[in-house]
Write a protein that binds this ligand. Sequence first.
Ligand SMILES: [Fe+2]
Ligand SMILES: [Fe+2]
Length: 409
Amino acid sequence: MNLQKPLTRSSVQLKCRKSRTFSLHVRATAALERVDQDREVFSDANGRVIRPMVADYGFRSGSGRLYMEHYGETPKGVLDLAKSNFQQELLQMRQYVRFGVGNSSQTPNGAIPQVTFKMGTAINSVFKQMDEFLESVSVLPKLEQPEKKAEELTEEWEEIREKLTKLKLDNQAIVEVEKARAARGEELYTPFWVKLPFLFLCLVLDVLYEGKPIQKFWVLETVARIPYFAYISILHLYESIGFWRAGAELRKIHFAEEWNEMHHLQIMESLGGDQSWFDRFVAEHSAIAYYWLLIFFYLVSPKLAYNFMQRVELHARDTYAVFVENNKELLETIPPPKVALSYYLNQDLYLFDEFQQGSKVTPRRPSCNNLYEVFNNIRDDENEHVKTMDACEKETIALDIAKEKSSRR
Ligand SMILES: [Fe+2]
Ligand SMILES: [Fe+2]
């Protein structure tokens, strides 16, 4: 199927790989529809039909995420959750060190990434021997090679997975974009002690994720939405203890920002960004550290905390801009993930509009026909976060909110 030309008829025929033809009556609501045992299509509010990616490549594929099984259920108690999570991750860790499950590392380019890679391989070998020893003395149960899921055996699944592994990100090109911005006099001033954790994050990502853009984006998105949690926590605290009650509107904007970043994160998950036990370990522990760091920044100076986040969002925008340029042709041949369709083409775009202070008069309504458009949308979202963080730092956000309210009257 041509991904560039979505169908627009109210009743369409689709042909799947197995040469079976089926009809679909398109509803006038944005939704995913199952048209075959192993195939869904998405129809937007205007009746356009888009075929999403054949499978979800994420660690939590199928359940435990937004728009999937168990979505909206209330969680169990923390002890139950911790137990099942640690059990699952222990198994994943063992499969990672013993069989390389989820480990897509290849010898990277650059001296520092190569040294880190060699160190990682040596540490992995020690853990492998330890695991084999503990298994031999029956401290750990016998470990089997995991079996492939049914969808992993299809030709289409393999074809798209192959394409995803070919995606590239030129780190030097990102540095050039940032230098060009500074040369235009648009460099953001940030005190060194605030800039330091940002530089550390960039260094870790560049060294550990050289040649692995989707995994890098997944880690970046995990950490980069944390500041919004921190801002909401402190604003809530100030309201609860009576220090500051004018921040409720800000909390709403930060929640909408976090909701947007969560969708970026889940798009990266659906592309397989969270498949590696090691990447989940790095991202989730870094997220805890960033939460407390941003709590401290926001307590000391909200302006600096917003400045920090503007810098992170600028970096994300530049990184995605280089990525879409580097991979345009390939991305255009990959269908959009379901989660991207459910977000960008949703009938209810209240939260999507809410975080974009600069675009409320003429709301953005991006298209989502292939992965190239999805990444363009993510880049543009990051740019909207930059503008919103700038308005928060310069305290013009109150004016923006008032303007938007009067335009609604
Ligand atoms: Fe993002
Ligand atoms: Fe972002």
